[in-house]
Design a protein. Structure first.
Length: 492
């Protein structure tokens, strides 16, 4: 079932949304934490400042009471006198005896506590004489009261002096701060989300353009490429896709050329078979010699067609990685000697001699039949393009961990333009190397392609070492016996 193509605008839009949400969430968390820490720190600073203010007021009051006690008749007289003479803005002073009973207090209106004065008196009057002297807050609807208590000794009497400070102003400031954070944080996040969305849209615009162009590319317009733009990452992505399109276009072009060449090569023998059969059947009576000659022509065409199909089948299996190697211990020098002896008569019919210049012992582990085919293809190619009276030379050598077989002819050479395609299927370098008329080794242009695939299947290489007028050398390099046994991994 064919897959539904993804709209080029939907995927980037979804990605833009994800980027926007992720960016906003990543910004919101630290922003909220920062606002909370700022609020807590500021709140504690205001409370600490209030405690310091209350403490300073109580210190002044205690000093004044102690000084007044020296002149007053009693401690209570000193306390009342001091309360009447000393006033503190927004601080109400309450004095309790050792039993916790309130013996004196600042007038409610003087302290500015408003409706919280009675609540402060009630909260302090119920405490015993050993009440905690640490600062504490008394809650109230309009912000509450902060209370600080200190003990004082007047003569032999112990008193508790408490200062009550209203927190209305502090609560109003904190309320303004909370309002500021509640309004500012969502506004900042909204601005950040909008900026992230626009930035993501701009950054992903090249992706949308590439997706649109990719959707337009088909088998009929593979020459088109994705636009290269955006940042380094997107440019790298576009280049990778364009290189992939280059490979796909090359593969499809090679496939089209292969099909066209294969059809062309098959057309000749099939046309010959059909024409010969039609001519033979056109006459009712023929002699035995005529029938035998006609059958001989059809046999040659059938053999050529069979060789072509066999070559194509071998290349197809090699491309699919299913080229079966029936590996066994062999000696390359014996295979080279047998291949040379097999083509000697072919060379003599064309006036070309084939000679072994140098031989070395070369134990190897490979497929005897495929290696024979490789060597025969190389020799056949060398004889085909050698002028009459010349010599095809076969030289064996060694390299570290490898055996080398070189096949050298002295023809016209291969042009530089043709050298890059000499191993392509169905490629004939007729324009570069002129074959002598009447060649007995005419083929379909698959010999060198098959030879290279066989070499690769054995873990080796086949390359055109040198080619110029008067000298062309194909060099086969195969690993030694131990290395070959480790690289023959092609299975059916």
């Amino acid at each position: 079932m064919p897959s539904t193509p993804v709209s080029p605008s939907r995927a980037p839009s979804s990605l833009r949304t994800q980027i926007t949400i992720g960016y906003t969430a990543a910004l919101a968390l630290p922003l909220i934490v920062f606002a909370f820490l700022c609020y807590v720190t500021f709140s504690r600073a205001l409370v600490t400042r209030s405690d310091a203010f209350i403490g300073d007021a109580l210190s002044v009051f205690v000093r004044e009471v102690a000084a007044e006690r020296m002149q007053a008749r009693s401690s209570l007289d000193a306390i009342h006198t001091t309360l009447n003479e000393v006033r503190f803005r927004d601080v109400r002073v309450l004095v309790r005896n050792s039993s916790g009973v309130v013996v004196a207090t600042t007038a409610e209106n003087d302290a500015g506590l408003g409706g919280d004065g009675d609540r402060v008196l009630t909260a302090l009057s119920v405490a015993d004489a050993n009440a905690d002297t640490l600062p504490r807050s008394i809650p109230a609807p309009d912000g509450g009261v902060r209370v600080l208590t200190r003990p004082v000794m007047l003569g032999n009497e112990r008193f508790l002096v408490s200062g009550a400070y209203p927190l209305r102003d502090l609560a109003a400031v904190l309320s303004q701060i909370r309002t500021l954070f509640i309004v500012a944080i969502p506004l900042l996040l909204l601005i950040a989300a909008l900026g992230a969305y626009l930035l993501a849209q701009r950054s992903l615009a090249p992706v949308a353009a590439m997706a649109t162009r990719a959707e337009e590319i088909t088998a009929q317009n593979l020459d088109q490429r994705l636009p290269v733009g955006g940042g380094a990452e997107l440019m790298g992505l576009a280049r990778v896709f364009n290189e992939l399109l280059d490979r796909v276009e090359g593969a499809l072009e090679q496939q089209r050329r292969f099909m066209a060449d294969a059809s062309h090569e098959m057309r000749t023998p099939t046309a010959t078979l059909r024409a010969e059969a039609e001519v033979t059947l056109a006459r009712e009576h023929r002699t035995e010699a005529e029938y035998r000659e006609s059958v001989h022509v059809m046999l040659q065409s059938g053999q050529r067609l069979a060789r072509l199909v066999d070559d194509l089948f071998l290349l197809a299996r090699a491309d699919a990685g299913h080229l079966a190697l029936r590996a066994e211990p062999v000696y390359l020098e014996e295979l080279v000697h047998d291949a040379v002896r097999a083509v000697v008569q072919v060379g003599e019919r064309r006036g070309v001699s084939v000679e072994l210049r140098h031989m070395t012992q070369a134990p190897f582990h490979g497929d005897r039949a495929l290696l024979d085919r490789l060597l025969l293809n190389l020799l056949d190619n060398a004889i085909k393009y050698s002028p009459a009276g010349s010599t095809v030379e076969v030289v064996m050598g060694e390299a570290p961990g490898a055996h080398i077989v070189a096949v050298i002819d002295h023809g016209t050479g291969i042009s530089p333009d043709a050298q890059a395609r000499i191993f392509d299927r169905f490629y004939r370098s007729d324009a570069a190397r002129v074959r002598t008329a009447g060649s007995m080794t005419d083929g379909a242009g698959l010999g060198l392609a098959i030879a290279r695939r066989i070499a690769v299947a054995h873990g080796g290489t086949l390359e055109l070492a040198v080619s110029r007028p008067g000298l062309t050398e194909f060099r086969l390099t195969l690993p030694s016996a131990a290395a070959a046994a480790a690289t023959t991994a092609y299975d059916e």
